[in-house]
Design a protein around this ligand. Sequence first.
Ligand code: ANZ
Ligand code: ZN
Length: 768
Amino acid sequence: MSDYDHKTIEPKWQAKWAKDGMYRAEDFSQKEKYYLLVEFPYPSGDGLHIGHAFTNTTGDILARFWRMNGKNVLYPMGWDAFGLPTENSAIKNKVHPSILTRKNTVHFKEQNQSLGISFDWSREIDTTDPDYYHWTQWIFLQLYKKDLAYKAKTRVGWCPKCKIILANEEVVSGKCERCGTEIAYKEQEQWILKITAYADRLADELDLVDYPDYVKKSQRDWIGRSEGMLIKFGDIEVFTTRPDTLPGASFLALSPDSSWVDKVTTAECKNEVKKYVEAHGYKVRDFEVKKAKTGVFCGSWVVNPATGQKIPIWVSDYVLSGYGTGVIMGVPAHDERDLTFAKEKNLPVIDVEPYKMTASDIEKNGWGKKTVSYHLRDWIFSRQHYWGEPIPIIHCPKCGMVPVPEADLPVTLPEVEKYEPTDTGESPLAKIDSWVNVVCPKCKGEAKRETDTMPNWAGSSWYYLRYTDPKNKKALADRKKLDYWQPVDVYIGGAEHTTLHLLYSRFWHKVLNDLGVVPGKEPYQARRQHGVILAEDGFRMSKSRGNTINPDEMVEKFGADSLRLYLMFMGPFDSTMAWNTAGLEGMHRFVKRLWKLFNSSSAVSHARAPLACVNKETEVLLHKTIKKVTEDIQNFRYNTAISSLMILVNALEAGSPSNEILETLCLLLAPFTPHLAEEIWSRDHTTSVHTASWPKWEEKYLIEDTVTIIIQVNGKLRGELSLLRGGRTDSSEVTKLAKEQVAKWLEGKVIKKTIYVPGKLVNFVVGE
Ligand code: ANZ
Ligand code: ZN
């Protein structure tokens, strides 16, 4: 017998599965639908990352499991292909980004196939395909028509290296999320999506879905709904969540960007304030929370309405420009940052009895009114880059902004010579006159196209809808198909998308639902977040550290089944795990043992075990394993499912398992090692193991509380019976079962007497 030869067996089945369209999901099937989604990757030139292999395998096990359990599974894959790395590589290599994208996606697809991932490739999508971004643009137009997309001058984060405007979320502690360069700021007209209009629903409707608690909490914190009051100090309003502390307010502080700064600064203080604002103003964004250390006095005062005391107005960079009103009342006795500031600037600390003054007292006196504030900001939606979806708007000198008529979609990207972003921050599209100059759809006069493109969050905000009907030319998807498949039953992805992609796509879904285009308030019924695989050295894998693991090499050397088992065995699904090639080698040996077990056993005849208890034990273990693996898969406990399979395999190796037991083992292995299982199964079956029924356990084997009854023939031990305690122990039942167990010792004999000691022993006294 030869070893498991993954190099021939695995590609053989992969080709057969592809040819048979084995994993195609069927629209409107009578079977119960199960829509399983894993985040689609950005197809970079580096190929599939080991992390993708991990995630796609977790989904694949679930997909195969549910198919075997009779569900109509949709497990699709596609490409989130707009974005900077491809654009940068296009610039460097002087190749069109669409050609690079195609090359990369073909490679990614092959890699997924070589891992035996059962994606339904007939539904493959690519966000850069004009047939796809047609509908991304269409959704933008719906947002525009509902006043959820607007253009406004804002101060934006700007990466001098990537030459790209950054959304708040793309700035990580003052640095560009992509390249780590310290960001600068500039004023620019931007397209903005009014996600704040959905803030309440995005927070409240989390109650409708099954997400990990920490995901719900992060989203709610990110939205940051805060109930408080707007309180007036003269004309200046502040936002506070502690109106009860109003009597203790001993100063006001303005954000350096506040429009109040110029109005309240006196002539004497003008120079000082100007200097301070210049040094600090442009740096104050929601991105960073500053220590309450620096600030300047404006020279003027306001009256605290509750006390009648005059309090000074300061400017400080610990007050954010984008939150509340950009002005705070400083209550050093009750707020730590105010206290730091007061100490620094020698401002009075006035102690007050908390909660003595109420919101209604304040309202009654006309000092302020209740309000709700959100930390969530509107979503800056334009980029000045080539490789993105053109925003389908036309600027007409007469009519103003005119949406591109839906019949004229998609607005495709023009062929250009240069994709380089410009130093002025204008999109490279602005330089292409033949594309920019158009006729106004309204007045037919000369007009110009919008040259901004969408951020790469756009295409991923609705892709789960397109999989239900990927080739539809008339709509983003047929409503009946959406009704059949939606919502996604489980969405598997990474923690880095908790507050960005996940929130954005929930927002778009709600808008589309309000428009009657899609069913359901929520796109994803459940969310599960996978862990992270670190390199062997315990650091994050990165090209610069040279510690990355190439899945292709691992498949080549050890085979897909070994790699899949190893990935799933590394640790709990959502944990941080370190790669260990020795561990993979160990798993490879386990796969070889599986192969040997299946091969050697079919050669031996299945003689009855001498003592019935051996069979009974194996059977109990088998049923325990079925139960454990079944429950573990559904709960994303792949590692413990594999451990229990290993325990079963150890036991089977020690005995001589029946064909029936080996078949059950083969079925249990099918989601984990789909190639090996298929090869073994194909020897006795004409249909695929992946269309067979998942084994069921029988509860009767799992009740541990059994009584062992010794069976003797003429006083000699000939067998054992395991009976349930409190079960059938009347003498006629027991002696009947006992007779079957020791049948061969009774053959041709006459039972002269049967002695039964209840719960202990049966002795057959026999003669010729
Ligand atoms: C007085 C006060 C007294 C406050 C006290 C807190 C405690 P959340 O919960 O995050 O909504 N604040 C308001 N606008 C701000 C801005 N633009 N930049 C920085 N801080 C700002 O926080 C609301 C509280 O944050 C508000 O309530 C205000 O300080 C501060 F014992 O007002 B409080
Ligand atoms: Zn016009």
